[in-house]
Design a binder for this molecule. Structure first.
Ligand code: FAD
Length: 325
């Protein structure tokens, strides 16, 4: 079995929680195999990141270079194409950075590229069987990759929950590989990073999240959702189309291009369950979904699914809850 590598995301010296998902997925590919975490960046903030990664992976390769100070996919691709073996099995989280990085990397390494993987069937001899979703989750596609030729795969956030085996701490070996960084001719530089506004509320602190999507249908219906949020003591947030329609502020958007929330209870009203939306929900909350389409992908994730029109359901539920107040 070829060597496995996992790309670590990190920020301000903190290893992103997605590292655990990568460890879980690597374990599914080869439970007895050794995995090398790749930590690329610049300066002293790499030290705590490497130590945290060493708790999850057998080896950690550290690459410290001024050009890696901001995660620029062009530069990371140059680095990885210099240091990865051609037959590497390379895992990364399916986020906008990996979408930028991995297609070009697979061309450089001449490897198979399988993005947005939601399941791994485990390898049979030299074939790795992966599951992807198509048509916004309505279809599962099974993909076979030849392991002897190298595979690059990105994992859909939230698809590989930690198991007991991952909780056992590893004592990975950290090796500084910065000396192996060759020539990096950067054509694309990040000039400035602007922090997103927190806005009028901080939805990331919500214990109970009431989120609604395009199914709310019109701006004037938002009042219904606000009444239910009040009755539940929930914080109101939404999917991206609601923000695009300017019905709510961007600070209330959950998802890969919005905020990441970690509620204990998550109520999804009129939300289809796109992976970009679900990427913003962490910590496996108890999930209740209401949608008038019984085939909506959100029902694959929900603990409780209710097939209803939210414009009828929300006022009735708010009314019932008032009786308990
Ligand atoms: P839809 O997919 O249109 O779903 C609406 C749902 O409501 C449907 O399932 C429908 O059956 C149901 N419905 C309609 N009317 C009713 C009713 N009366 N009662 C009950 N159910 C009803 N999306 C995000 O949310 N957050 C992000 O951060 C994000 N980032 C993105 C980043 C990129 C790069 C891209 C390309 C997309 C991103 N998206 C994001 C958009 C994402 O792909 C989806 O388009 C979006 O999440 C869909 O939102 P939705 O579920 O509200 O709408």
């Amino acid at each position: 079995m070829a060597q496995m590598f996992a790309l670590m995301s990190h920020r301000n010296g903190n290893l992103d929680e997605s590292a655990i998902e990568l460890a879980v997925a690597a374990d599914k590919i080869n439970a007895n195999g050794e995995v090398t975490a790749i930590v690329a960046g610049s300066g002293t903030e790499l030290e705590p990141v490497c130590r945290a990664a060493a708790g999850l992976f057998h080896h950690v390769w550290k690459f410290d270079h001024a050009d890696l100070s901001y995660p620029n996919a062009e530069v990371v691709r140059m680095l990885l194409s210099q240091v990865l073996p051609k037959d590497a099995v390379f895992l990364a989280l399916h986020d906008t950075f990996a979408m930028d990085l991995c297609p070009g990397l697979s061309i450089k390494l001449d490897s198979a590229y399988t993005p947005d993987v939601v399941g791994i069937d485990g390898p049979e001899s030299q074939t790795l069987r992966l599951i992807r979703q198509e048509y916004t989750g309505l279809v599962h596609a099974h993909v076979a990759c030849d392991l002897s030729k190298g595979v690059i795969l990105t994992l859909r956030p939230g698809s590989f929950e930690p198991g007991e085996n991952i909780s056992s701490q590893k004592e990975g070996r950290i090796v500084d590989k910065s000396g192996q960084i060759g020539c990096m001719s950067v054509r694309r530089r990040v000039e400035q990073v602007l922090e997103a506004r927190v806005g009028d509320v901080d939805i990331t602190k919500a214990e109970v999240g009431l989120q609604f999507g395009r199914g709310i249908e019109a701006r004037e219906n938002i009042e219904l959702a606000e009444q239910l949020a009040d009755a539940l003591g929930a914080m109101l947030s939404c999917s991206r189309p609601v923000v695009d329609a300017k019905w709510l502020d961007k600070s209330r958007q959950v998802g890969s291009s919005g905020k990441t929330v970690k509620p204990k209870v998550y109520l999804a009203m009129g939300i289809s369950g796109s992976f970009q939306h679900l990427a913003g929900i962490k910590g496996s909350p108890f999930m209740v979904a209401v949608n008038k389409n019984s085939k909506a992908p959100i029902f694959h994730k929900a603990d409780v699914g209710i097939v209803e029109d939210i414009l009828e359901f929300i006022p009735q539920m708010a009314e019932k809850l008032k009786k308990f107040q």
